[in-house]
Design a binder for this molecule. Sequence first.
Ligand SMILES: [Zn+2]
Ligand SMILES: [Zn+2]
Length: 555
Amino acid sequence: MTSEEPQEEFSIHWIRDLVDRVLERNPEQYLIVTGKSMSGSVHIGFMKEVIIADVIKRELQALGKQAKTVFISDDYDPIRSFPPSLTLSPDEYMGVPYSDAPDPYGCCESLGTHWTNELVESFPEFGVDPEVVLQSQLYKTKKMLDAVRTCLANTETIRAILIEYVARDFDEKQKTEYIESMKTWYPASVICPVCGRIQSGGKGSIVPNRVTAYSPEDDEVSYECAHCGHSETAKFDKLRMKLSWRVDWPAKWYVMQTTCEPAGKDHAVKGGSYDTGLEMSRRVFGWSGPVKVPFEWVRLAGRDMGTSKGNVFTPRSWLNIAPPELFRYMVLRTDLEKANNIQTDLIPDLVDIYETFERTYYGLDDADSEKQDFARVLYPNTEVHPVSDEYIPKLSFKFATVTSQLKGILSEETILERCYNVLKKQHNLTEISPDTKALIPTRLSRALAWVKEFGSDQEKVEVPDNVPTEIIATLTEADKSFLASLVETLGVDSLEEDDIQAAIFNTARDVHVKPKRAFQVLYMILISRKSGPRLGPFLSMLGIDWVLERIKSVL
Ligand SMILES: [Zn+2]
Ligand SMILES: [Zn+2]
């Protein structure tokens, strides 16, 4: 991390600038909206959007404004593909809205709500609390149905906007074809009452059940099902309809009266779906639409974050290995339009960086005034809970990765005792507060989960119950005399970590064993490897009595 750190440009200006832009709207209630299609388990990257919305809300509330966040789960979208692990038959459900497909896990009302719930249940731990709105439910409200009517009645205008925006970069031939295809195009599709589909075909060959005519006078809709061929003209009220996605977005903005919505750069690109939506907001719905907030995606190094692939790194996956505050910090500390590349193998270093930043906020470390200003604005926004008046010392994540792996060797009590000792030393404490103690078990379990999944061989320690006989067989007479001397040195009195480290050096020198070999021998009899964590702290963690017994067992 240290090599990467200086290249990062920290910026808090975006928060101030953004809130200023949002404030210009001056509505009675500020509504900051996020949304996600529910085509599978949602990856951690999406949390960036939710956290940006949360920060805008927090800043507005701090200014005394009425503000809230909303998360819209787009569960009314049609199924296009399934993650490979799913047991549902793709043939049976392709083209059916996610909200209409059963939950194969058996716990929720639909497949769409299953993935919604999976995401939403992690929200409190990330410090976000948006109101959750299901798109499928929104489409049952009178407001939304009226918006669908408005769009159908304004089909000509919407066609013109799409031709203007979508065909902008087409060549002449493509443009002519597109304009021709738009002559019969309507902005809504119908969920077929016979086969339950809103479109036919899978990726690459999708044909929606488009409305083919709409009469505002009779409020009647004609359509044809591309899958089963069913067609009819029916009263608007008798049908279930969904707007096509470029139109669905501005309709939701209008219905919700969204003040601001962040969007990933693929949608927020100039002339993209966000801009098309804003144009429709003005020309179809007669209002400005929300404040556009473009942001760059989050990448986890070495991880494919695609939702449709099987192995998704979800917000829950993050919570298993790292503090949520770290994620908030990583995505908020730079300009929103800068990509965040989070290297999961560096989580312990990143936690250290975050906790140094935390101490800067509390004025505990010597930091320049620029860093202090940065911490003053950013730190409260990285925290999941209201900021505590006093600094709560945290157990070092790096220490926790080693300690947590000693569960088989040390009792829980002993492990906690070791953690308290390290905390006292590191933070100069005479006593450990209940707040500090309360954080330790989670830190240990995250550190253990992290080291198991992402730790290097060096970071993984496994202490076998007994020293394997094949390792004892490799010890020379010189090794053994070193070990025998070490038993005497270490057995004298209670030694500090640095004293242990020094004692190993001195003993090795006294018996003419090279220090490198001496260290190797100790690692071999402790963890059956030639290297490992720093020995002084490691032996201290294991406890000198335990170490002496271990050494004696090979002599
Ligand atoms: Zn479920
Ligand atoms: Zn059908």
